[in-house]
Design a protein. Structure first.
Length: 263
């Protein structure tokens, strides 16, 4: 699907650069200079980037409803939960927190899927669609309304349906799954562009939420294993506060061997 540029000046304030992993989440990994260390597979080297850099974004891959509606609501709920965990006011992931965590993880993974696979335009047979000017199209999208042009619906309008469907299926598949708050006793976590089938959400360089784990402190070997498994799931890049503080190991301690999405 080709990126569709908005009108000059973007008068209806459509989000063009859309973060796959939220900017607020990346920000918690910044060093004192306000940047993270990132390894780009394409560039083949480490670079330093601010969380708002376009490198973390796709261009108008999903519509404004998926960005400012379902996506923002999931992000906002997760950000509040993350703040509670980091401050210590939230001690464990209970039933209410589990729903928030799984909604966010599904959002992250589905956005990454959109980035990798795209969202093709949808041809609807027997329907001619609307005769709309560019301005009318953007007004409708800004108000979270979908439309067709000459019988074709831009693929980005299917995003909300996919987001909802993938999340519902994820929740069904993992209804008995429990999540734990894990902290690095030594070392720091690496964040891949997506953990994919590995159910981990890093909150800070030393705190993460992990599936099928008890609230606990990880040994340096366990942190190294999480980082190694993260690297095997990278598509385009991974980042951290400081790579020199991120151990990596291929050995898998027993209690981390079930941290995956069940088939």
């Amino acid at each position: 699907m080709k990126f569709e540029k908005p009108q000059t000046g973007n008068p209806h304030r459509l989000t063009v650069n859309q973060h796959v992993f939220p900017k607020s989440c990346i920000s918690r990994f910044c060093n004192s200079d306000g940047v993270v260390q990132l390894f780009s597979r394409k560039l083949g080297r480490v670079i330093e980037l601010a969380p708002g850099n376009d490198f973390f974004c796709v261009k108008r891959m999903w519509d404004q409803s998926a960005e400012a509606g379902i996506g923002k609501r999931a992000e906002d709920r997760f950000v509040r939960l993350a703040r509670g965990i980091i401050s210590g006011s939230v001690k464990t992931v209970g039933v209410f927190e589990k729903a928030i965590v799984e909604e966010f993880f599904s959002l992250w993974r589905t956005r990454h899927k959109f980035k990798v696979e795209g969202l093709p335009d949808i041809k609807l047979e027997g329907l001619s669609g609307d005769q709309l000017t560019k301005d009318e199209q953007e007004i409708l999208e800004s108000k979270h309304v979908s439309f067709m042009l000459e019988g074709v619906m831009p693929g980005r309008f299917a995003a909300s349906i996919h987001l909802f469907g993938f999340h519902q299926q994820f929740a069904i598949n993992n209804h008995q799954m429990q999540w734990g708050i894990v902290r690095a006793g030594q070392g720091e976590f690496i964040v891949p562009d997506c953990f994919q089938d590995m159910m981990v959400i890093p909150l800070t360089p030393t705190i993460a939420i992990a599936a099928d784990q008890s609230d606990s402190v990880l040994t340096i070997d366990e942190v190294a294993t999480v980082n190694q498994l993260a690297l095997t799931r990278v598509t385009d890049y991974f980042f951290a506060r400081n790579f020199s503080r991120c151990p990596v190991i291929k050995r898998s301690p027993p209690r981390l061997q079930r941290m995956f999405v069940p088939d």
